[in-house]
Design a protein around this ligand. Structure first.
Ligand code: 3PG
Length: 225
């Protein structure tokens, strides 16, 4: 029996509660706090700050200091060096597009929740073999979407997924309706051009809309249940 390390129940509950992890690339560190404020005002105090920009570490650190109530993780972590910088900056979880064994091992050693990316059964088993039980399913839509993910879920009933890639307000409910999905990652409410142009009000509006979609799904599910 493989022991699965997946992070604290508190973290999992928060991810389930939010249902969405905004995937953010911040061009300049000065944009981090207004971006965080826009997400919090929109009702989604959560972000995965990707290491696709040089401002990632400073952004994470600034957000953690100013908004400790916001769940802030690091994304696109491709090396142990980036994982170390992310943890030192205060990241509360680490996400990668693929399953890099050395990154996963480093995160587990430092007791930081890690959600490595998978796309095939072999990759799921590689991640499981490392003891990780919450996996980013990436790139969700191009890989085959909901139908493909349901097929992947079937043999791995103890694995939970965070589908990401091509998810938006139109299709998120189809993913969240899968019991093994705890949240979806997505950048549709925090597109880089919105941040570059400092359209933080628009980010709040798109975030409110996204939260409303998830809340509607939950209300409907409660009615049926
Ligand atoms: C990611 O890195 O997780 C994806 O780029 C986010 O996917 P999206 O931009 O299609 O939402």
């Amino acid at each position: 029996m493989i022991e699965i390390i997946e992070g604290s129940p508190d973290l999992i509950n928060r991810l389930r509660e939010y249902g969405i992890i905004p995937v953010v690339s911040i061009p300049q560190a000065e944009d981090a706090l207004p971006l965080a404020e826009a997400l919090i005002t929109g009702g989604l105090p959560c972000a995965e700050i990707t290491f696709r920009t040089a401002a990632a570490a400073e952004s994470i650190s600034n957000i953690r200091k100013k908004f400790p109530e916001m769940l802030t993780g690091a994304g696109t972590v491709l090396s142990v060096e980036q994982a170390k910088i992310a943890i030192d900056s205060g990241a509360e979880f680490i996400v990668s597009p693929g399953t890099n064994p050395v990154v996963v091992e480093y995160c587990l050693k430092h007791s930081i929740p890690v959600f490595p990316g998978v796309c095939t059964p072999t990759e799921v088993e590689t991640a499981l073999g490392k003891g990780v039980g919450i996996l980013k399913f990436f790139p969700a839509e191009p890989a085959g979407g909901v139908k493909y993910l349901k097929a992947i879920c079937a043999p791995y009933h103890n694995v939970r997924f965070i589908p990401t890639g091509g998810i938006d307000a139109q299709n998120i409910c189809d993913y969240l309706a899968i019991p093994q999905v705890i949240a979806c990652g997505g950048s549709w409410m925090v597109k880089p051009e919105l941040i570059r142009q400092k359209h933080f009000d628009e980010i709040t509006k798109l975030t409110e809309d996204a939260v409303a979609v998830v809340n509607r799904l939950r209300k409907d599910a409660n009615k049926i249940g």
